[in-house]
Design a protein around this ligand. Sequence first.
Ligand code: NAP
Length: 255
Amino acid sequence: MFRLDGKVALVTGGSRGIGRACAAALAAQGATVIVNYVRGEDAARAAADAITQAGGKAEICGFDVADTKATEQALEGLVEKHGRIDILIANAGIAIDGLLLRVKDEDLDRIFSTNLRGTLTCARVLSKSMMRPSKTDPKRSGGRMIFMSSVIAEMGNVGQTAYAASKAALLGAAKSIAREYASRGITVNALGPGFIDTDMTQSMTPAMKEQIVKMIPLGRIGSAAEIAAACVFLASDEAGYITGQVLRVNGGMYV
Ligand code: NAP
């Protein structure tokens, strides 16, 4: 079950954290994985090397999802090379925290251009090839898009207005694109991770982490592998009747 043999998956921000775990999990199910990064080429190479050492197929591709032209160019090159990209994991994201009164315009722009516009650019470009069945393999048709939202999109959080707004926008986008592309065999879903142990949450003090754990019924912070497992499921053929949904993987923090 949940095999992805013969499929090609792009994981934006696949070099670290949740994206890296998703890339490894998709490759373990047989997908060829493209690991995207923006600054950390070494980390991306290490993620791809770990996949190939485990017997999987991976390559790296650096581009800034917030740079629309660069993203379009890179994605068109990948489609040309692989024929099509079957699975998009739009995971690249940033958080710049601060109370509303202190939020700067340039921070708003960075958050929205990465988390929202970057995701929509990838979805727009890749949807064209997902709409066309593969010329060489009839089993490769349609596609899977998974947008990495956050529990904060639905709960809100002090100091995360811009981040929450960008992640909530992804929910509306996933639902709309799901409706637009359903007839073409493309499913679009959002994943809503809770607090997950990655570099993004590493800067929190032990006291802050303790406070957060108190809000999680399962009593612990989640792992990137637990998000990756949900990602594999949504990317699989078995999830073909699920579209426009939010899959929350948050230890019960928001139900
Ligand atoms: P992370 O450890 O900070 O890793 C972020 C990844 O995104 C890195 O691979 C980074 O690449 C890449 N990236 C950042 N900006 C990019 C850009 N403009 N273009 C291309 N790649 C870019 O983050 P994470 O904790 O794994 O989070 C991954 C996603 O899950 C994010 O969208 C985040 O909002 C979401 N999320 C995380 C949590 C959590 O608790 N960790 C909870 C809910 C949702 P470089 O290293 O090259 O910069």
